[in-house]
Design a protein around this ligand. Structure first.
Ligand code: FAD
Ligand code: DHB
Length: 386
């Protein structure tokens, strides 16, 4: 039983299906709603490998774009980090909505059961041998029984919230700022992603396709969309970019616009008897490092392997190791994402000393091959040990 049809739930469903293990997904929203959420865009090679293993990578390979480098802009100058030269790997730019669409299509083709628009979803008896899930659909109450419940229902889901508070420990840092994101049907301003640190705040130029761009700017916590008409967004974005990059920005009406708070959150452990949390249900990283979706993928890789080992070999060893294996990777991603966020953003309490320190760190990152390599290694992602 899988709660949530985000990337974590859908990929888990597909990996289990490939292993011959029956599973049902229960999702609160409609499939259209899930597909309408614009989020991640950068996939590590390990995530691409998992999507290949799940037999859902054909469109990713034909329509996704491999990027061998990223831009780092500060003090009006654009520097290039050659990810491939530094690490031997690049990243794939392919939207989360498309990953989700591919997974949904594969699930339909495989005939696996998904219940969308399920209300009052609740999880029960996961501390015993016979856990079950209850929900209401089209006005009727249903109960699902199975071996395990996978809580893939995101940060605001019911799974983590159902764990007794004495059994869980949480760690959180809320940054006093957010990201305002705009998706627009215009060509990207630069062939690669550009992460820009500017005295007015951070900006990110990302992309989906040669005709679809995704841009973000740092805004104060609590900023409202009504404060940001399209023209104000484009003007502010351009101010934060080096002149040649700003001049190449083509503006257009926002096809989507949203504000995301910046936070870091980790729940420990990630397993409670027969309830296993995965993805944003267990942890949130600030988006700067592009790690959230990739962590969701690595969690479900470990989870699918553990369930397979239990069902096919009768061993609980991988289930017992699930939480600690995931958390090692999670804290690595938290470290990188918080470090990169601190490096690139302006905070309300940034002092002149902090500014000088940020500048020195940025210089160090682009001048020292060792420092560039450390950034690149984390950005492209470490191999998955399975
Ligand atoms: P979700 O995508 O949140 O899915 C959870 C699902 O559970 C949802 O469909 C929800 O409707 C459902 N649900 C919730 N409650 C219930 C309930 N009670 N019952 C049933 N269903 C329920 N990550 C990257 O790796 N790279 C990036 O470039 C990147 N950029 C990002 C940019 C932005 C602006 C944002 C916001 C995020 C970004 N991320 C990025 C993070 C990434 O989008 C998330 O980490 C990812 O969506 C996590 O997937 P998930 O399946 O765990 O959770
Ligand atoms: C995107 C999001 C990120 O958080 C990031 O670091 C890079 C790209 C994106 O949505 O394209």
């Amino acid at each position: 039983m899988i709660i949530g049809a985000g990337p974590a739930g859908l990929l888990l469903g597909q990996l289990l299906h490939e292993a011959g293990i029956e599973n049902v997904i229960v999702e609160r929203q409609s499939a259209q709603y899930v597909l309408g959420r614009v989020r991640a865009g950068v996939l590590e090679r390990t995530t691409v490998g998992l999507l290949e293993r799940a037999q859902v990578a054909a469109r990713l390979h034909s329509e996704g774009h491999v990027h061998d480098g990223i831009g780092l802009a500060f003090d009006g100058v654009l520097h290039r980090l050659d990810l491939r030269a530094l690490t031997g790997h690049g990243v794939t730019v392919y939207g989360q909505t498309e990953v989700t669409r591919d997974l949904m299509n594969a699930r339909t083709a495989a005939g696996c059961v998904s219940v969308y628009e399920a209300a009052h979803v609740s999880v029960h008896d996961f501390d015993g041998d016979r856990p079950f899930v209850r929900y209401t659909h089209a006005g009727q109450e249903h109960e699902l029984h199975g071996d395990f419940i996978a809580g893939c229902d995101g940060f605001h889901g019911v799974s983590r919230a159902s764990v007794p508070s004495a059994a869980i420990r949480t760690f959180e840092r809320v940054f006093p700022l957010g990201w305002l994101g705009v998706l627009a049907h215009v060509p990207p301003c630069h062939p690669e992603l550009v992460y820009a640190s500017h005295e007015r705040g951070f900006a990110l130029c990302s992309q989906r396709t040669p005709t679809l761009s995704r841009y973000y700017i740092q805004v104060p916590a609590g900023a409202q969309l009504s404060q940001w008409p399209d023209t104000a967004f484009w003007d502010e974005l351009r101010r934060r970019l080096p002149t040649d990059v700003a001049d190449a920005v083509i503006t257009g009406p926002a096809a989507e616009k949203s504000v995301t708070p910046l936070r870091s959150f980790v729940a420990e452990p990630m397993r409670f008897g027969r309830l296993l949390l995965a993805g944003d249900a267990a942890h949130i990283v600030p988006p700067t490092g592009a790690k959230g979706l990739n962590l969701a993928a690595s969690d479900v890789c470990y989870l699918a392997a553990a369930v397979r080992e239990y069902c096919c070999e009768g061993s609980s060893a991988a289930l017992d190791a699930y939480s600690s294996r995931c958390l090692e990777r999670v804290w690595g991603a938290v470290r990188f994402s918080c470090w990169l966020s601190a490096l690139l953003h302006r905070f309300p309490d940034t002092t002149p000393f902090d500014r000088r320190l940020q500048s020195a760190e940025l210089d160090h990152v682009v001048r020292s091959r060792a420092a560039s390599t450390a950034l690149a290694e984390s950005y492209v992602g470490l191999p998955l040990e399975i």
